[in-house]
Each structure stands twice: as C-alpha cells, then as structure tokens.
Design a protein around this ligand. Structure first.
Ligand code: NDP
Length: 280
C-alpha cells in the first residue's frame, strides 16, 4: 500500500518559509492577479491565491475584468502593472475568453514579473538551467517527489502530457535532476507498456481515472497533476487512486496533492521576484 504524499503539509511548510523570510527580512512583495470573465473554477483559484498572499504577508492586487474585455484593455492593464513598483509578480488567470490571445498576453508581461514562468524568456532560461523562477505546477511536483526521499537521478521517469504549462517543463525539471525521461502524449503507442517502465510516473492528461493499476510498476512514485470535475461535482485526478495506491510506493491524492503546491510555489516565486526587483 502506497504512502500518501501530503501536498497540504508540504505546501504549508513552503508558505511558512516564505512568510518568515518576508517578515524577518522586512521585504515588501506584491502580486497582481488578473481574472477575466466569471469562470467558477478560475474564481476559486484566484481566491485561494489571495488567501495564500494574506498568509505570507504578500500584498495582493486583484483585477476582475468583464468577459467582454478587449486585447487592448488587457494589454494596457499589463503595461500599467509592469511599471508599478508595488507589483513584483503578475499572474493572468488562464484560460482567457476566446477573443483574447493568451500567447500575446503572456508575452506582454515583463519576464521579471512573470511568476508563472510562462514567458518565452523564462521558458528558454529553464531549458538551459539558468532561471529565476520555475513554473509553479511542475516545481510543486518536484517538491513532492523530494519529500519522499526518492532520488530522481538515474530513475526512469515517464510524464504523460506535453502541454507547455505542465508536461514539457515537468520533463525538463526531471531531466535537470538526472532522470531518464520519456514524455507521452495522445499519439504515443503502447502507452501502458511505456508507463510500466516508470520509477516516477507523472500524469498530466486531464482525463479522470486515466492511469490504471496495469500501467504502473510495483513501487513507483505516482504524481497526479489532473484536476477533473465529475458530474457529481467531486474533484478527481488522472489516476485511479484506489487501485494504483495498492501498487505504488508513494502517491499524491486529488485534492490535497499537487494543487496546493502550485500556489505555494507561486508565493515562493513572488518572493524571489520581489528580492530581485528590490535590489535593482
Ligand atoms: P492539456 O489539455 O493542455 O494537455 C493534456 C496532455 O495530455 C496533452 O499533451 C495530450 O496529448 C495528453 N493526452 C490526452 N489524451 C491522451 C491519451 N489518451 N494518451 C496520452 N496522452 C494524452 O492539459 P494541461 O497540461 O494544462 O493539464 C493537465 C491536467 O492537469 C488537467 O487536468 C488540468 O486541470 C491539471 N492541472 C492541474 C494543475 C494543478 O495545480 N494541480 C495546474 C495545471 C493543470 P496531445 O499533446 O497529443 O494532445
């Protein structure tokens, strides 16, 4: 039976460290969160980010824009935030309404304030291993892997999913720690067979209960990034928890696994951004 990796506990520790560093160093840090439209899931994420800021002593600035916001209006706000000395980090909650070009919006954020690490400049820096921030979800997954005491070096690591925000950077971070990394996607052949090779298996697919026990090696570390809402309103991951936890050595639950880590890393990144900007 697998040991459950407690994302709430690991993330609480990180937030406490951020809070203590801000308090003891008397550091001024601010995070602007921009939300466009009224997607209920996005609203929940934004509220959680606000709460985490309050806990850490980070000033949060929230901009709730209407669904029909134009590109021009949104880019104007980003320019203002880029120039605002009280704002060290800027986060635009995704997804954006259809009329808005997500890529252009992300590229408008100053790379120094891009605490999500989605800007091309930051993505490039991560690729060559010379970065200030790591993308929040993959970095959170790495912290959870570290919390198990399992060393990534030399391990077979399989990531299911190749999105720019989870799968690809996740693979890169595992590679930086000397894992032997395979990235799977919807065109991968013999997926179950590839997954069974994994000592560390990361699922970032967005399909409920996608990873079943027959896809998992005995004793593997299983990280479930998926957040899927079922018809009954309950949240569920990409991994069929009940059966996979019988086989894995460590497993993250949903909720309470990767989710809280994403926010904790965001707090850490905002502190890093503030420290860099305050010394300029
Ligand atoms: P995307 O939809 O952007 O990517 C999904 C990936 O899964 C794609 O690369 C896709 O392949 C792959 N995929 C889909 N079907 C299959 C299949 N049958 N076999 C193998 N691979 C498949 O999702 P995201 O990366 O943005 O998010 C993934 C999940 O993680 C979602 O549930 C999301 O809600 C969650 N998430 C959770 C976060 C957290 O804080 N815990 C943060 C961000 C996301 P292809 O590229 O070929 O289409």
């Amino acid at each position: 039976m697998a040991q459950i990796i407690d994302g709430k506990a690991v993330s609480a520790k990180i937030k406490e460290q951020v809070r203590d560093e801000i308090a003891h160093g008397n550091i001024k840090a601010g995070l602007a969160v921009v939300i466009v439209g009224s997607d209920p899931a996005s609203r929940v994420y934004v509220n959680n980010k606000k709460k985490a800021c309050e806990f850490c002593g980070i000033k949060s600035f929230e901009y709730a824009l209407p669904e029909e916001t134009t590109m021009e209006q949104l880019l104007e706000l980003i320019d203002t935030l880029n120039n605002d000395k009280n704002v060290n980090g800027i986060l635009v909650q995704l997804p954006l309404p259809k009329q808005l070009d997500e890529k252009a919006v992300i590229e408008r954020i100053s790379p120094k304030k891009d605490v999500d690490a989605f800007h091309e400049t930051n993505v490039g820096k991560i690729m060559i291993g010379n970065y200030s921030f790591l993308p929040c979800t993959p970095a959170g997954c790495m912290e959870l892997i570290h919390s198990t005491g399992v060393d990534v070096a030399g391990k077979e690591c399989v990531v299911i999913g190749r999105s720019n925000i989870v799968g690809k950077p996740m693979a890169m971070l595992l590679l930086h720690e000397n894992g032997t990394v395979t990235v799977c996607h919807s065109k991968t052949k013999n997926l179950a067979e590839v997954c069974r090779r994994a000592d560390i298996l990361v699922a970032a697919v967005g399909k409920p209960n996608f990873v079943t026990a027959d896809m998992v090696k005995e004793g593997a570390v299983v990280i479930d990034v998926g957040i899927n809402r079922l018809e009954n309103g309950k949240l569920c991951g990409d991994v069929k928890f009940d059966e996979v936890s019988e086989k894995a050595s460590f497993i993250t639950p949903v909720p309470g696994g990767v989710g809280p880590m994403t926010i904790a890393t965001l707090m850490k990144n905002t502190l890093t951004a503030a420290k860099i900007q305050n010394h300029e």
